[in-house]
Design a protein around this ligand. Sequence first.
Ligand code: ATP
Ligand code: MG
Length: 267
Amino acid sequence: MQVISCLSLSGGMGKTTCSFFLGLHLSKLGYKVLMVDSDPQSNLTFYLSIGVEADEPTLLEILRKQIEVEEGIYATKYSNLWIIPSDDALNQAQEYLSNSGMGAVVMKKRLAEVSQMFDFCIIDSPPQRSQISLTVLGATDRLLIPAEVSSKGINSICRTLDLVDEQVEIEAFAGKILGILPFRERWVGIRQTRKSKESLETIRLFLEEESRPALKRIKILPSLIESEQFKKAMDSGKTLGELGHEDLEYPFQQISKLLSSSLVTTV
Ligand code: ATP
Ligand code: MG
């Protein structure tokens, strides 16, 4: 099982959107996909229509080792797609992870127990730097950094890469950065807006000019175009293709290709 995390240290960067559509796309290709909602806001859980009662198992109980991992895995309405859901209570994991003394490896160790059951695991993460984001990074093989095409997005990339650097330094992140996924790139008709063009160029220059050599090799993936169709698809439980917007799926097709090729080489 390859673990892919959508992490970006600001709100509204497209983490949940990216997790949802990438997971759905991979599952439609026939891969067995486990989604993990590691955000106490639990938006991914909601979009996958999983209602969790307070006494039902979630990611919290898995991280605290109170249940077997399999007990916290739920089927979704989509075939080949499962989820470990979360709810507000996941905030309680922060204290457990920081007291455990090995918070960075807790998620990795637990997911390893079900690694034979799935081809891919996609983790949606919270927007803050926290014990949860550290344990997510520790479990990650391939990191996707969604970032709005705006100055806020550039700031989020910087903050996320700083965190990655710190974790590499202490050997708590051994994965690879799959790329930056530009989010909400704006087009009016057949024209990309000037603002979007400038922001994308700034992201490109930032990566090129970075003093950290590793960053120069970070890819900028094909953008998610600003469109209300993404929300429509999530709300209706349909794919973008089923809504007649297959063109908007292009970024997920490309990411899936990258992931499938590395699946072949890592097995
Ligand atoms: P948070 O940090 O709060 O978890 P996030 O990084 O997970 O946010 P999303 O929830 O994926 O970000 O997206 C932010 C908002 O943008 C959502 O309201 C979502 O419906 C909307 N959205 C998603 N895709 C698009 C798109 N392509 N164009 C415009 N808006 C979009
Ligand atoms: Mg989210």
